[in-house]
Design a protein around this ligand. Structure first.
Ligand code: SF4
Length: 330
């Protein structure tokens, strides 16, 4: 038995918007509306393997609370019995910050929804306007507070490298999301997809996404900020599949993006600790050895080029993102 999120995509039909970067069809990989039968099929397949204490049914992909009310209730009505009879811990949904109010939250509560994720994307109104998000940063704050006050688990999603956004803007967004005290966060570097307005901006040289290196440096900082505030980053970078691969035009879409960011965190920590050039043993938690070493030993090679001859060793007393350095020169 393992933790399973039964991901059920509810495509664009719920969304009143067309953000510059969004090609909902490409992300969901489907254009036909999800039916109650689709929900039953997906849940029944997962039933055998799902750990009932941690697994969830997740409605993602669109703006769940903006879809036709009867349709929304029919999907919840199909999923809820699996929660009521103890096969799943709860139901997660994702939606827009301006599609949350007390009435909607009461319905979600009655149908076993436990977690609500909001696509905040940025906390800068100018960036939200330029990306045609159709909501404000204040909408994110109000919706987050309401969700928390109803006892739901709050999740927030942010994007980095959006059109008109700088690293400083993205760091500011992360700080403001931390202030809202979400349980979980997802971070998505902006990807240019075929058929979007962002693709036109990209083709007209009005937008160019950050490079992989720039995104790794920024997202390493964000990951560490959320970690330091006990907020779990449950996703870093877009998933492969579901239409993104075929519609990818530009941006950061790397299969090991999170690992690259975690390695960067260890490199930054090590650089801040080592002052005198020489030989060192660097101790990290055993689960973090490969991250400290870096892909293709990139961290070790970089440190050597800076005059630090480093060997990486395990110390299970160390928590994640903590290192201990021992000088071996004498
Ligand atoms: S709000 Fe979400 S679903 Fe709607 S257009 Fe924007 S990204 Fe796509």
């Amino acid at each position: 038995m393992k933790h399973i999120n039964v991901a059920i995509f509810v495509p664009h039909c719920g969304c009143p918007n067309q953000c510059t970067f969004c090609n909902q069809r490409a992300i969901s990989g489907t254009t036909t509306p999800t039916t109650a039968e689709d929900v039953i099929k997906a849940v029944e397949i997962a039933l055998e393997k799902a750990d009932k204490n941690s697994s969830e049914i997740a409605f993602f992909g669109g703006s769940f609370t903006a879809i036709d009310r009867d349709y929304m209730i029919s999907l919840l009505d199909t999923a809820y019995p699996y929660v009521k009879n103890g096969h799943f811990k709860g139901i997660r949904i994702s939606t827009r910050p301006d599609c949350i109010n007390e009435e909607i939250l009461s319905i979600l509560k009655a149908y076993g929804v436990t977690s609500i994720e909001l696509g905040a994307q940025s906390m800068n109104d100018n960036i939200l306007i330029h990306n045609k998000r159709g909501h404000t940063a204040d909408d994110v704050i109000k919706a987050s507070k309401l969700i928390t006050s109803y006892g739901f688990e709050l999740g927030l999603q942010m994007m980095t490298g959006m059109y008109m956004s700088t690293c400083e803007d993205d760091l500011m967004t992360a700080k403001k999301l931390i202030d809202l005290n979400p349980k979980t966060v997802r971070i998505y570097p902006t990807v240019v997809l075929k058929g979007t307005e962002l693709e036109s901006l990209f083709n007209d040289n009005k937008y160019s996404p950050p490079t992989l290196d720039e995104s790794v440096i920024l997202c390493a900082k964000l990951l560490k900020m959320f970690h330091d505030n006990n907020i779990k980053v449950i996703r870093l970078g877009l998933h492969s599949g579901g239409g993104v691969d075929e519609n990818f035009v530009a941006g950061v879409f790397h299969p090991a993006f999170r690992e690259l960011c975690e390695s960067r965190i260890y490199l930054d920590i090590t650089k801040s600790k080592l002052k005198e050039k020489g030989k060192y043993d660097i101790f990290v938690n055993p689960s973090e050895l490969s991250k400290m070493i870096g892909q293709k030993k990139s961290n070790i090679s970089y440190l050597l080029s800076e005059g630090f001859d480093v060997r990486v060793k395990a110390d299970d007393s160390l928590p994640i993102y903590k290192i201990r350095c021992v000088n071996n020169d004498s």
